[in-house]
Each structure stands twice: as structure tokens, then as C-alpha cells.
Write a protein that binds this ligand. Structure first.
Ligand SMILES: Nc1nc2c(ncn2[C@@H]2O[C@H](COP(=O)(O)OP(=O)(O)OP(=O)(O)O)[C@@H](O)[C@H]2O)c(=O)[nH]1
Length: 387
């Protein structure tokens, strides 16, 4: 067997297309599938209810099309997603179907995208064969504000996105309301790239390749993936939000009331120039995951560890599920500091920043240091039953 035959095939990029009911996912997908960049794409459409209709609306599909109509992809048929993807890989490997080069999963409008992300990020086999390219979320310019007010799932769909596609701007009659919606989306998710579908901005080249691995340059593109500079620091995450409320209070006629869904979300970037001790890192991650897992909507980062400071660790998590971290051979750019971006729900940035300082043994008034944290009999032990 030759070397190339023994090597595992390169992982297949997988994108998730989500967005609230009627926000324009299928319309966007139809348009995308006409682009040659998606010629060898396998599309999986998940539908809620007994009879799938969306597949009738997808006009042209060059690759295979799979409609899951027996339930919601994110919950009841989650197991099926695993077996479906495994089956498709088997058929692809045995040349029984066209060798698709990309997978796009359109979730139902009501789906929480996190469980779908978990399926890909953590399944031992799927994780090897697929790489998460990015989450694309459509937001309706007319109904977006009301939807975000009423549905926590819609807020989550925005918070986990790598790309936010604003649809129906042609129908939006109130420019100030539209601007308020843009501001709101930006506060929820400062780093996501904004694209206006009506203006033709939501093209394949800007929606795809949002992941860490850049297929074009065949290298890791941390800058593009992390976009750490777009986030406020933990301290400024508060001010940011206060400013936001302030603006909204002044613009009452055009915006919706401050509401609890958005208020629960905080986005910020933690930075540290000093490499962290690996035990401190395990403790930090364990404590966050065990105590606050469901609230970690998205965590991405590049981390300098003291045991090999030249080989940074890449981390990627959605709620309590973290992709097994992998070490890079070298820093991808001149900045060798730890940068971790967080999008949190119902959690204060101060808590995360305080925990980081504690595990790094930075003395802070009224904060326990790492020995106190690790000696605490109630805290989970790395490698322990709870870890
Ligand atoms: N005017 C206008 N209409 C749009 C736009 N995008 C989508 N629509 C219309 O909005 C309706 C819903 O669009 P879909 O693409 O079916 O939305 P969806 O998110 O797939 O809907 P669900 O599958 O129900 O979640 C359709 O009638 C589309 O034609 C847009 O940018 N402008």
C-alpha cells in the first residue's frame, strides 16, 4: 500500500445553515447551489414534521440531496444524523455515490444549532472525516427584531454564527429600525461577518471557508477564524453593553425594548501574553465546563502553554463540548499571546477573567488562587470521574 493510500483522506468541510423560521435559508441555499463553488456539495435538509416540503423548494441540486423529514435534526433524530453521515461516507468511500467535496446541513428554523455542532465536533469518527467550516445564520431584516425578542433559539443562532446573512432588506421600510437590528446583531456577535443577501453579498466565496483551515492557502488562518480584535475585553464587555442600552433608550420609537434574551449574552476576548501552566489550563477548562457548560455558547481560541510555548493549542467549544484540542507546530502569526473569544449566556465576563487569573496564580483581591481552586473538594479533578 502506498503512502498516499495509507494516509487518512483530508477532512471534508461541513457548513451549517441555520436561521429562524422563514428567514430565508432555503432561498439562500437555492442561490448558493447555482454557484460552481458548491458543485460537489451534499445538502442535508432537516425538516420538522412528517412531510418534508423544503426539498421541493430546492430547485437544483447537483450532488445528492437528503431530506430528513421524521423529526428535528437537533434532537429526536440526532442519532440519525450520525448514522446518516457515516452511511454517506461509506457510500462515498466505496464509490457508490459521487465523491462529494463539501456538506451543507440546513437546520430547521426552530433548531438550536449547538447539538448539530456537537455531533460533528465530538464524534470520534466524524470528527476525523469532517471539519467544521462554519455556521451561517440568516436573519430576516423585517421580522428579525421581533423574533430575537420572542425566541431564545434565534438569539443562540445568531450568537454561534460565523457569518450573518441579513435577508429581506428590500422589504425593510424603516432604515433606523434596520440599523438598530444591525447594532443588536453586532453586540450579540461582534466577529461574525455581515452580508446583505439582497445586495448579492451572500456569495459562496464569502460564506464558505470560515473555519480555521483555509482550503485556498492550505494553511491555518487563525486571524480570519478567531477575529479576536473584533471583541471587547472582559472589562469593556460591560461598557459595550451599557452603551448599547443607552443608544436604544434614545431611539425608542424605532427599536424594541431591552429584553432578557439579549441581555443574557456577553461576547468578549480574553488575552494574556504569559503562557499558562498546563495544569492551570486543565483546571480552567474543567471548571468552566462543569459549572457553566450550557452557558458557553461558543469558545474559540489559541492558547500559549508553559510546557511548549512555541506550540500553541487551538481550542474550539460549543457549550460543554470541546473539539479535542490540537497543538500547532508553530504560531501562525507574530502575536504569540493567548487569545480566547467567548460568547456566553447568563455568565459574567468578570467571572471568566477572574478564574483565568486564579489558575494563572495572578494575585487578585478577593479571588482564590489556583491551589485553593484545585484543593477545593467540590471542584472537579482533571481526569476524575467528573472531568
Ligand atoms: N423579498 C424578499 N423575500 C425573501 C427574501 N429571502 C426570502 N424571501 C421569501 O421569504 C419566504 C421564506 O423564505 P425561505 O427561504 O423559505 O425561508 P426558510 O428560512 O427556508 O423557511 P423555513 O424552512 O420555514 O424555516 C419565501 O417566500 C421567500 O421567497 C429576500 O431577501 N427578499
Amino acid at each position: 500500500m502506498s503512502e498516499s493510500q495509507r494516509r487518512p483522506p483530508p477532512p471534508i468541510p461541513l457548513s451549517i445553515l441555520t436561521g429562524f423560521l422563514g428567514s430565508g435559508k432555503t432561498t439562500l441555499l437555492n442561490k448558493l447551489l447555482r454557484d460552481p463553488a458548491l458543485a460537489d456539495t451534499l445538502v442535508i435538509i432537516n425538516e420538522f414534521g412528517e412531510i418534508g416540503l423544503d426539498h421541493l423548494l430546492v430547485e437544483k441540486v447537483d450532488g445528492d440531496l437528503l431530506v430528513m423529514s421524521s423529526g428535528c435534526l437537533c434532537c429526536s433524530i440526532r442519532g440519525d444524523l450520525v448514522s446518516t453521515l457515516e452511511d454517506l461516507l461509506r457510500r462515498r468511500d466505496n464509490d457508490r455515490i459521487q465523491p462529494f467535496q463539501r456538506v451543507m446541513i440546513e437546520t430547521t428554523g426552530l433548531a438550536d444549532p449547538a447539538p448539530v455542532l456537537h455531533t460533528i465536533m465530538y464524534h470520534p469518527y466524524l470528527m476525523l472525516r469532517f471539519r467544521l467550516d462554519g455556521v451561517i445564520t440568516t436573519v430576516d431584516a423585517v421580522n428579525g427584531n421581533a423574533t430575537l425578542d420572542a425566541h431564545a433559539e434565534a438569539v443562540k443562532q445568531v450568537a454561534v454564527a460565523d457569518r450573518l446573512v441579513l435577508t429581506k432588506t428590500d422589504l425593510a421600510r424603516d432604515p433606523q429600525a434596520l440599523e438598530a437590528l444591525r447594532q443588536r446583531l453586532h453586540t450579540l456577535n461582534p466577529a461574525a461577518l455581515f452580508l446583505d443577501a439582497v445586495r448579492g453579498e451572500a456569495e459562496a466565496s464569502r460564506l464558505l471557508d470560515a473555519g480555521l483551515y483555509n482550503a485556498a492557502s492550505k494553511s491555518l488562518d487563525v486571524q480570519n477564524w478567531l477575529r479576536a480584535d473584533a471583541y471587547p475585553t472582559p472589562e469593556h464587555a460591560h461598557e459595550h453593553r451599557h452603551d448599547h442600552h443607552h443608544d436604544r433608550a434614545h431611539d425608542h420609537a424605532h427599536t424594541h425594548d431591552v429584553n432578557r434574551h439579549d441581555d443574557a449574552i456577553r461576547a468578549f476576548c480574553l488575552r494574556d501574553e504569559r503562557p499558562l501552566d498546563p495544569d492551570g489550563w486543565s483546571l480552567f477548562l474543567d471548571l468552566l465546563r462543569q459549572a457553566h457548560g450550557p452557558n458557553l455558547l461558543r469558545v474559540k481560541g489559541i492558547v500559549a502553554l508553559a510546557d511548549a510555548p512555541d506550540r500553541p493549542l487551538v481550542i474550539h467549544g460549543v457549550q460543554h463540548v470541546f473539539h479535542p484540542p490540537h497543538r500547532l507546530d508553530r504560531w501562525p502569526d507574530a502575536d504569540h499571546s493567548t487569545r480566547i473569544v467567548f460568547i456566553l449566556k447568563d455568565m459574567q465576563p468578570d467571572f471568566v477573567a477572574g478564574l483565568w487569573k486564579a489558575v494563572g496564580n495572578v494575585p487578585t483581591v478577593d479571588r482564590p488562587d489556583s491551589s485553593v481552586l484545585s484543593d477545593n473538594p467540590l471542584s472537579p479533578k482533571p481526569g476524575g470521574l467528573l472531568a
